[in-house]
Every structure is written in C-alpha cells, then in structure tokens.
Design a protein around this ligand. Structure first.
Ligand code: SF4
Length: 315
C-alpha cells in the first residue's frame, strides 16, 4: 500500500446551519406532522438541494409560485421572505399558510416600512433577483425602494430628496463590500439613516470572519453550499481575499475535483448557512480516504442564537 500524503484540514467554526435555516426546516417538518402530506413550500425553503430532497421525501412539495398550490393544502413561505402580496393572496384564497421568513429578514422588512412611514426614500443594498431582495422590495409599493448593488451604483444614485434618505441591506452580503458601498453613500449623503443594528446577520458575519482565519495561508478553501446561496458564494470571495490560493464552492464531496489538491498541504473547509453538517463530514471522510488527515478546528465565535417556531406550530 502506498503511503498517504499528509493533509491538514482547517475546519471553520461557526459554519453551516444558522438559526433561521434551522427554524425554517423545523417549520416544514412540524407542518408535515400537524397537517400530514403534502405540505406545499413556495420556493426552496433554504437554498440547499440536499435539504430540499430530504423534505420532499417526507412529503413536502416545492413550487415557485402560490398559484401552483391547491387551496386545500397548507403552504409555507421560505426563509428568504416574500413580498406582502404573497400572504395577502393566500389570505384571499383562504389558505392555511406559515411564514418561515427568518426573523432577521423580517427585521429588515420592519425597518424599511418604518423609514417609509417617516417619508424617507429607501435604498436597499443587495443582489438583484435574489428572493430576499424581491421579498424586501415587495414590502412597499413599487418604486419606493431603489436597489444598489455596487459602489458604482451608489455613486450614480440620484435620489429625489438627498436630505431624506435611509438604507437597509440584504442579510447575506459580504461585510467588506457592503462597508465600501455604505461608505460611498455616506460620503455623498452624510445624513442618510443607517440600520439601528447591522442588517447583515450574525451568521453571515461569523462565517465570513471564520473563513478569513482559515483562508489566510491556505492552499485551498472548500465552501460547501449551493450556487443559489448568497452567503455561501460570499464565503468563496472572502477566502480568496484573505489569501487562500484557491477557493471552490461545492455542493458535496462528489463535486470535488481531486486535481485541486495537487501540491496542497493545507485545506480550509467551511459551509454556508444552508448546508447541513453531514455534507461537511462527507468531505472530511473523502479526504481521509486519500490523505493522512490532521483536523484542525478553528473557532472564531460561539453561536447561541435560536428562534422560536411560529405559534401555530409551537404547541
Ligand atoms: Fe437568518 Fe442570517 Fe440565516 Fe439568513 S443567513 S436565515 S438572515 S440567520
């Protein structure tokens, strides 16, 4: 037997599931227990195919629009949040619905509404087309929120009333990129109202901090997450910026191209907020089959956040 080459895996902590994802998955599971199958879910409950397939096997049916749900079955709205028109339509059709929007996304919705009530013009920093952005913009009538994606957008933005502005952000952005966009806005509009407390959530911030530490000096950083997962994609960018020579987003161990490991002695490993821990273990196991692995756990924060289930399911 040929001797296996040594490999150090620097495992980021915190990684993987956040409190909002945990709650959203529990909501689907509890809804299935309470109402039986099928339970409909509008949009992927969280952006992870493994999570979605497991819930499908339990009886969840995933659809993109409310009109694809029958009126006599419960429907759940995903963790990313929905425009106000969606629950309004469910009510109009007399449907049972449960909103699995993460409370930290709902907080941004409430902030946007408050700014609007105060007559402020609102800027949302986020990525066009992401369901969270669609949901946040849909809290207010069309045209009340302007989306800004880049520093260039911030520089080109021409508000109707520069003295009466506020901004909110998507929860899963790059902390550093957002700071640059906010700085550009504040330089142009010094009176702009800022969120009471950072809109980028604790889980996004903590996972980015951890990947910075494991990424610095790593030959390769693997981020487990879906292409559709904003916070996972940001982890790849942050790892590269922190000094990782290479960083790859993978759905699971099966997607590893082992050619990436040529000449690699240290690999960083983390997972986005919607990626389950068994996928992390799968990558570690796949590495152990090929290398003499030393596991180095790097903890940069402790997370204790949990969210309650909606009352209809909590009892
Ligand atoms: Fe909530 Fe943040 Fe998790 Fe999104 S990433 S579900 S905002 S805790």
């Amino acid at each position: 037997m040929t001797e296996r080459r040594p490999l150090t895996i620097r495992l980021a902590t915190p990684r993987g599931f956040c409190a909002g994802v945990d709650r959203a998955i529990q909501i689907v599971e509890e809804a299935l227990k309470k109402w039986g199958a099928p339970v409909y879910v509008r949009h992927e409950i969280v952006h992870n195919a493994h999570v979605v397939s497991r819930l499908e096997a339990l009886g969840a049916v995933f659809v993109e629009e409310l009109e694809d749900c029958p009126e006599d079955r419960p429907v759940i709205f995903s963790a990313h949040g929905v425009p106000k028109s969606v629950p309004a339509e469910a009510q109009r059709r007399n449907m049972i619905y449960v909103d699995a929007t993460c409370p930290l996304v709902s907080k941004v919705h409430v902030e946007a509404e408050r700014h609007d009530r105060e007559g402020k013009e609102i800027v949302l920093i986020g990525h066009e087309g992401h369901p969270e952005v669609i949901g946040t913009m849909g809290q207010l009538p069309e045209g009340r929120i302007t989306l800004i994606e880049t520093v260039e957008d911030a520089m080109a933005f021409e508000p109707a009333n520069p003295a009466n502005l506020a901004f909110v952000t998507q929860t899963t952005l790059s902390v550093d990129d957002t700071a640059d966009i906010v700085a550009a806005l504040q330089a142009r509009f010094p009176g702009i109202s800022t969120p009471h407390k950072e809109d980028i959530c604790y889980a996004t911030t903590n996972r980015q901090e951890a990947v910075k530490v494991i990424g610095a000096g790593a030959d390769l950083v693997l981020v487990i997450g879906a292409e559709t997962s904003s916070n996972s994609k940001r982890l790849v960018e942050v790892a590269l910026r922190a000094g990782a020579k290479r960083s790859e987003l993978i759905a699971a161990a099966e997607n590893i191209d082992w050619a990436w490991f040529e000449g690699v002695t240290t690999v960083g490993l983390t997972a986005g907020a919607s990626a389950p821990e068994d996928l992390v273990q799968g990558v570690i196991d796949a590495c152990c089959e090929r290398f003499d692995v030393t596991l180095d756990s790097v903890e940069t924060a402790k997370e204790t956040v949990t969210f309650k289930l909606p009352r209809v399911l909590a009892d």
